[in-house]
Design a protein around this ligand. Structure first.
Ligand SMILES: Cc1cc2nc3c(=O)[nH]c(=O)nc-3n(C[C@H](O)[C@H](O)[C@H](O)COP(=O)(O)O)c2cc1C
Length: 318
């Protein structure tokens, strides 16, 4: 066991600190399986190597300190306690790099067979790293219960979910921010939701592939403009990609600088408090710091079409 302990430490340092991931070949059993306690994911050697390379790409100056290695001769297992420091230099899982230094820590329980690691339980994965960077993940939503993986009862098809969403009538907002050069950026979004009045919280869900996303993620504040009947053209601009969506548009800055679009039915500026990772999207929770409400009627959005919010007919109560 003393031999494998030394071999594990050497391979660990070579892989995590220098990117020599093939150093693990000497210590991993052919049946090697790694289970993450936090994400409940199970994967093999290839995924482990890729994960290390991905993390090293994001944190090129990564340094690992192995605090402790405990050997359990009787059960043929080895526990390793480690911590790692590094600078968040390149994007990871769609989260834009912040240049911040972070320390993350975890422990691995390794089971040894034939002098090699056959299985490993780890307390850490990339979602832990993002959480240490202040970007928690909605990981409970991604957990897969292996025992019921073939039983899809109760799981809606994508089409059923789309159908459900199409039945939900909303307004349309344009979510705005300033990029690093101080230029206004924005996208059309109907995922706006009021969270609470006291404290005054709102949420918005933004797809990570949008061009507005990196600026939004890095911002301290955002603007949310509820589109009015007179802004059908503006919605079209902000629902598509464009070099300067604000060209020819009248807008003003909120107290913290967020672009607020003139002619909107209402606009708020809010300070971003949380950025929850939801795989393809990030859920922003923001605290409202400024509000403007106009007399303009809001636009209505239903199943891909836009309607006049002033032309709604009220239903009788009986
Ligand atoms: C009515 C409507 C609602 C939308 N809601 C959202 C939304 O909530 N979140 C999102 O990420 N994209 C949403 N989109 C799509 C974006 O507006 C669209 O992808 C846009 O091209 C993004 O621009 P960008 O890549 O320049 O940031 C919506 C589009 C429309 C027409």
């Amino acid at each position: 066991m003393q031999h494998i302990k030394e071999a594990v430490i050497a391979a660990w340092e070579a892989a995590w600190d220098s990117g020599e991931v093939d150093a693990f070949d000497a210590i991993l059993h052919d049946d090697y399986r790694r289970e993450s306690r936090s994400s409940r994911r199970v994967f093999g050697a290839a995924e482990l190597k890729q994960e290390i390379l991905d993390v090293r790409e994001a944190f090129p100056d990564l340094r690992t300190i192995i605090d402790r290695v405990l050997v359990d001769e009787e059960h043929g297992s080895l526990a390793l306690f480690w911590r790692t420091t590094g600078t968040f230099t390149n994007d990871l899982q769609g989260v834009p790099a912040s240049g911040r230094r972070v320390e993350t820590r975890g422990s691995n329980l390794m089971h040894i067979r034939d002098g090699r690691i056959v299985s490993e339980e780890v307390t850490w994965d990339q979602s832990e790293l993002l959480a240490d960077l202040g970007v928690p993940s909605l990981r409970s939503a991604f957990e897969v219960d292996e025992s019921v993986v073939d039983d899809l009862s109760g799981v809606p098809s994508i089409d059923a979910l789309k159908g459900f969403n199409r039945q939900f009538i909303t307004g349309v907002t344009v979510v705005t921010t300033l990029d690093e050069d101080g230029r206004p950026r924005g996208l059309a979004a109907n995922s706006y939701s009021s969270v609470s009045l006291d404290p005054p919280l709102v949420s918005i869900c933004v797809q990570k592939t949008t061009s507005t996303y990196p600026s939004l993620f890095k911002s301290t504040h955002l603007g949310i403009n509820i589109m009015s009947n007179g802004q059908r053209g503006t919605v079209g601009v902000f629902a598509s990609k464009g070099a300067d969506k604000f060209a020819g548009l009248d807008w003003h800055e909120g107290p913290a600088g967020s672009p607020l679009i003139d002619g909107s039915a209402a606009s708020i500026e809010a300070e971003i408090k949380e950025r929850f990772q939801a795989k393809t999207h990030t859920v922003f929770i923001a605290k409202v710091t400024h509000a403007e409400v106009s007399d303009a009627e809001p636009m209505v959005y239903k199943a891909g079409r836009f309607f006049d919010g002033a032309e709604l007919t009220e239903l009788p109560t009986d």
